[in-house]
Design a binder for this molecule. Sequence first.
Ligand code: ALA
Length: 657
Amino acid sequence: MKSQQIRQTFIDFYKSKQHEVVASAPMVMKNDPTLMFVNAGMNPFKEYFLGINESKHNRITDSQKCLRVSGKHNDLEEVGVDTYHHTMFEMLGNWSFGDYFKKEAIAWAWELLTEVYKIDKDCLYVTIFEGDASEKLDRDTEAYDYWKEFIAEDRILNGNKKDNFWEMGDQGPCGPCSEIHVDIRTPEEKAAVDGATLVNEDHPQVVEIWNLVFMQYNRMANGSLVDLPAKHVDTGMGFERLAMVMQDVKSNYDTDVFTPLIREIETITGHSYGKTEQEDIAIRVIADHVRAVSFSIADGQLPSNNGAGYVIRRILRRAIRYGFTYLNKKEPFIYMLVNTLSKQMGDAFPELKSQKNLILNVIKEEEQSFLRALDSGLVLLDSMITSAVSESKNTIDGNKAFELYDTYGFPIDLTALILREKGMELDEAGFDKAMAAQKSRSRAASETTTSDWTELRKDDAQEFIGYDKQEANVHITRYRKVTTKKDGDMYQLVFNMTPFYGESGGQTGDKGYLESTSGDTVYIIDTKKENGQTVHLTKNLPKNLDGSHRVVVDANQRHRTSSNHTATHLLHQALRKVLGDHVEQKGSMVRSASMRFDFSHFAKVTPEQLQEVENFVNARIREQLPLEENRSNTYDAAVEDGAMALFGEKYGRSAYY
Ligand code: ALA
C-alpha cells in the first residue's frame, strides 16, 4: 500500500464507524498559552476533553500534523540519529467525546490492524497501565480483559506511569493508555530474542505504532488528579511507522513518505544514502527537517528570532549544519527539496502546493544567511585558535565558544569538530556552565505559575454578545490567578456572557471595566481567547465575586480597533489587485492606534504600487459600503460565497464541524 492509501484507509475505516472526518488543524498553535505547536492529535480538541465546550460530533477522525520539538514531548535530538523519530509527523487519530470508551477503542484498533491492514497478529504486542501507588491509581484490568479477547495473554504487557499514563503537559487532560507495538525483526532475530523483552526498549524494529488513551482525569496545578466531567478516547497512530510496517521495510525513511526526498538529496549532493553512518544521519536529518519547516511556513509560522519562529529557525539550521559538515554543502540546497515535497504530499495537504513559492523562498533566504553566519563564525574561530596558539594554549575558553554559539548561532558540535581537527580542545565544562547560566536567566524571565480554576457556576457555558453589545450584566463563572515575573499577580475571569472581544485573528483584545453593585470597580486590562473561552485579565479580584456585575467595554478603543481590522482586509484586497493573486496574508497586528499587515511578495513594492494600494483602500472607505452580515453562515458556505480563508487560521468550530 502506498502511503496515500494507508492514510485514506484509516480515515475510511473510522468513517464507517460513524466518525466525522475533519481536516488537520494548523500545526502552529494559537489560543493555547501552554503550547507553541500541536504535539498530539488531541490538542485541537482540548476544550472538549476539559468540558469547556461541547463538540457537535461525539466521534471524530483525522490525520493531524504534529511537531515534537519543545516542551514535554520533544524528540529533536533523536531525529536522524535513529530511524523512527521525527520532528514533524502525522498522527492518525480517532476520538470519542463522552461516547464510546475502552471496549470499542480496543476492538476497532484490533480490527483495523489485523483485518483491514492485515498485519500479522504474531508481530503485535500490547501494553496496559500497571497502576501507580503514589497516584492511587489501579492497574487497568478493564483494558486487559478487553485485549484478552483478541490476543494471547503473554503478549499483554504491563507498562509503568512513564509509558502508560499519557499527559498532554504539566497540567491538563490525561489518563491511562494502552499501546500497540510491532516487532518487524527477521524470524531468526525473533527466535533468538523474545520480542516481549524488547517492547519500550528503544529497539528500532520493535516500536510503538499506536497509543490508545483513555482520558478521564485533569492534572491540576498542585499535581493532583481530578475526574473529568466525562470519559473520552484519544488515540494516536504514527503514520510513518505504520507505513514502515505496511511497506515491509526496516526504517521510516525507507517508506515512500521519505524516499522521494532522499533520492533528491542524493542527486543534489552527490552523496548516497546507505554508505556511512554520519552521511546517513545527515540525509535523514535534512529529509525530516525540510518537512517540519515547510509545513510550519505553510501554516503561517516563518523562522524568526523568538518564540515559535525561533524553534523553526533552529530546526532549519540543524539541517543546514548537517549538510554543511557531512555532505559538504556550502551553498543553499534544502529549498530545492520543496518541489518534491509539494508534489508528493500536496494532494493530502494542499497548503504545500499553494504556498510552495513562499516556502521555497523563505528557506533559501534562511540558508543564505545562516551559511554567511557560519562563514563569519569560521573566521572568528580561526582567530580564537590563532591567539590561543600564540599564547601556547591548546584549549579554547568555554565562554568564548559560548559567545560564538549564542551571538552567531555557530553550532557547538561544529566548534568541537574543528578544534579536534586542529589538535585543540574545547573547554566543555566552561561552555556548559555558560549555557546553564543563560538557560536559567531566560527560564526565570518567562516563568509563569497558573493556579487551577475556581468554579463559581459550573454549568454556565459562555456566550459572546460583543458584536451587538458593549455593556452587559454578567455573572463570574470561574477565575484563577496567573503570576509572571514581568507582570506579577494577575487574575483571569470568565463570565457567563461577555461583550469583550478576545484577542484573535490579529485583533488585540478589548479593555474596559467591571463594576459590582456595591460600586467596587476593577479594570479589565486585556481579553484573550483560550481553549474556546474568553478570558478577561484584571490586576485585582472584585471584592464580591458573587451576584451580578456590570461589565463595560472601552467603546472608543474597540471602534478604532475594529476599523483598523476592516482596513487590513481592504489592504489585503488592494495588494492582491495591485501586486497579484499570489499575495497571501502572513500575519497581522491590529491595535487601536495602528495596524501592521505582513504579506508574501517577492520584490520590493514600488512607490507607485504603494500609491495605487493606498488609493484603492481610500476609495473603498469613501464608498461607505453598507454593512451586510451573515453570521450564521457555515465555513463552507462562506467560502462558496467568496469569503477568503487564510492558511494557518482555525476558523472556530465551523472549520471542523
Ligand atoms: N495523545 C496520545 C499520544 O500523543 C494519543 O500519544
